[in-house]
Ligand binder design. Structure first.
Ligand code: NAD
Length: 250
């Protein structure tokens, strides 16, 4: 299905994991893609091109306003418009109890996960408002819906992403721009490898959080994101959609 033909999408955190899978999913539907990441890695661009779509890599740290503005400006210069944005870049931050968390780690995690999403929307929105059409999906987490021990900044940032998503959706609901969030459960990506250290016993504990009995695949999150961007979701804005194997229904 090429329903995104002649459309343009920005994917932040596109070098690996959920971002890479989503870039490929957008490409398969025909969109031109900006892959943005603070780690320069051309593999996603190659995979997008192999799926038959145009792609551009832009180096961008989403916690830095000027880099985010440049990412959006370069996309407009290259492709002429902006239809979809998946604001996905994020870090888990170190694991520590709240009272042991350092100010530096707090600021870094909040800076990327929460300020980064705000900055992306701040610079993406004006182009979508000019077109009177566009869709933004922000990457929150199940950790934006429930507490998780020893991830205080991550959990606070993801709850914040959901609040920002709802607010931005309200502000723009009548202006043609829809804004939603996805809340992935445990998804098999480099982030989960870092958290578990690939230790089989720790991995089993994470799998046990998902009643479906396995981790999710990045492609399963990508399906939710592209669906939210599609016209099939034309009456959906301001929502935080869980993409988990039953974690949040327990
Ligand atoms: P990942 O580490 O595999 O990918 C994250 C990507 O973001 C990487 O390409 C990384 O280089 C990039 N990134 C990090 N900081 C950045 C910055 N400052 N600027 C630009 N790019 C930056 O992790 P993932 O699992 O694919 O995570 C993607 C998103 O999904 C994150 O927001 C994460 O919090 C969220 N999420 C993941 C899971 C999971 O289980 N994997 C669950 C819930 C939510």
């Amino acid at each position: 299905m090429k329903d995104f033909e002649n459309k343009v999408a920005i994917i932040t955190g596109g070098s690996f994991g959920i971002g890479r899978a989503t870039a490929i999913a957008f490409a398969k539907r025909g969109a031109k893609i900006t892959v943005a990441d603070y780690i320069e890695d051309m593999e996603t661009v190659k995979l997008v091109q192999a799926a038959g779509a145009e792609a551009l890599f832009i180096k961008c740290d989403v916690s830095k306003a000027m880099e985010v503005k440049t990412m959006v400006d370069k996309t407009i210069t290259a492709f002429g418009r902006l239809d979809y944005a998946f604001n996905n870049a994020g870090i888990e931050g170190p694991s520590a109890y709240l009272h042991e968390y350092t100010e530096e780690n707090w600021d870094k995690t909040i800076g990327i996960n929460l300020k980064g999403v705000w900055l992306c929307m701040k610079y993406e929105l004006p182009h979508m408002l000019k077109q009177k059409k566009g869709v933004i999906v922000n990457c929150a987490s199940v950790a934006g819906l429930v507490g998780v021990s020893r991830l205080p900044a991550y959990v606070a940032s993801k709850h914040g992403v959901i609040g920002l998503t709802k607010t931005c959706a309200l502000e723009n609901a009548k202006l043609g721009v829809r804004i939603n969030a996805v809340c992935p459960g445990v998804i098999d990506t480099p982030m989960i490898d870092r958290i578990t250290g690939k230790d089989k016993i720790v991995e089993m504990k994470f799998i046990d959080m998902e009643p479906i009995g396995r981790m999710g695949h990045p492609e399963e999150v990508a399906e939710a994101v592209t669906w939210l961007c599609s016209d099939a979701a034309s009456f959906i804005t301001g929502h935080a959609m869980a993409v988990d194997g039953g974690w949040t229904t327990q």
